[in-house]
Write a protein that binds this ligand. Structure first.
Ligand code: AMP
Length: 240
């Protein structure tokens, strides 16, 4: 299985990717992790990326495309992978498509985690607090000023990928405001084509109502734009 997880910083891509790794026995390919490792190791790529990442901007397309091309060729990625944080621009998406088709591979789905922009700062603040409490090293770009730049970069350069993949017929959107468990279940349903059922638990009932409903495009390869309007399905019912 080959998947892309799409969503702004703090949407929960890393958390959901780890669940998918366990569930499907595939690898998580996080370009952010790869770049941080390159920075820590002081490789030429790391030296090129270091200051850009510290500012919260995007590393040039050619750099990330090259590291992903290397990584998908490694043996542990043969069974499948989840791309977390890649592609982040339309040229990266085009390069990925070319790269995969040259290898005779194709994507199974692009999963968008939809979250309200105003909670992203809170989620990153929680991530920092959790890392501090557990003695884990902090990410230098997990601070309010840099986060603003990262969210801006997402809005301007990455969000257009939602339409790009919708037109490709590969996009599946999930309500990323739901609990971790509910999001994981919704993703599982989408991937396995299970019928949707309303989901509700105590945490969700207490959570603020989301503007987004979890919806599925179903049927990768179809031109969604040409499809008749579809009633969005609920994954959960939220009591305000
Ligand atoms: P992440 O861990 O995905 O939040 O990525 C951390 C940082 O790495 C980003 O803010 C970018 O500077 C850089 N980065 C990660 N993935 C990409 C990508 N696909 N394209 C460009 N820059 C990236």
């Amino acid at each position: 299985m080959r998947l892309i997880l799409l969503g702004p910083p703090g949407a929960g891509k890393g958390t959901q990717a780890q669940r998918l790794v366990k569930k499907y026995g595939i690898v998580q390919l996080s370009t952010g992790d790869m770049l941080r490792a390159a920075v820590a190791a002081g490789t030429p790529i790391g030296q090129r990326a270091k200051d850009i990442m510290a500012r919260g901007e995007l590393v040039p397309d050619d750099v990330v495309v090259a590291i992903v091309a290397d990584r998908v060729d490694q043996s542990d990625a043969k069974k499948g992978f989840i791309l977390d944080g890649f592609p982040r621009t339309v040229p990266q998406a085009v390069a990925l498509e070319r790269m995969l088709s040259a290898k005779g591979l194709k994507l199974d789905a692009v999963i968008e985690l939809k979250v309200d922009a105003d909670i992203l700062h809170q989620r990153i603040a929680n991530r920092v607090a959790e890392a501090t409490a557990n003695g884990r090293p902090l990410r230098p770009d997990d601070n309010p000023d840099i986060l603003r730049t990262r969210i801006e970069a997402y809005r301007e350069q990455t969000a257009p990928l939602v339409d790009y993949y919708r037109l490709e017929g590969a996009l599946k959107s999930v309500d990323g405001m739901a609990s971790i468990e509910e999001v994981a279940a919704a993703i599982g349903d989408l991937l396995e084509g299970a019928p949707k059922k309303p989901q509700r638990n105590k945490a969700a009932a207490k959570a603020p109502a989301s503007k987004h409903k979890a919806v599925s495009s179903r049927g990768a390869g179809r031109q969604e734009a040409a499809a008749p309007p579809r009633r969005p399905r609920r994954h959960r019912q939220v009591t305000p």
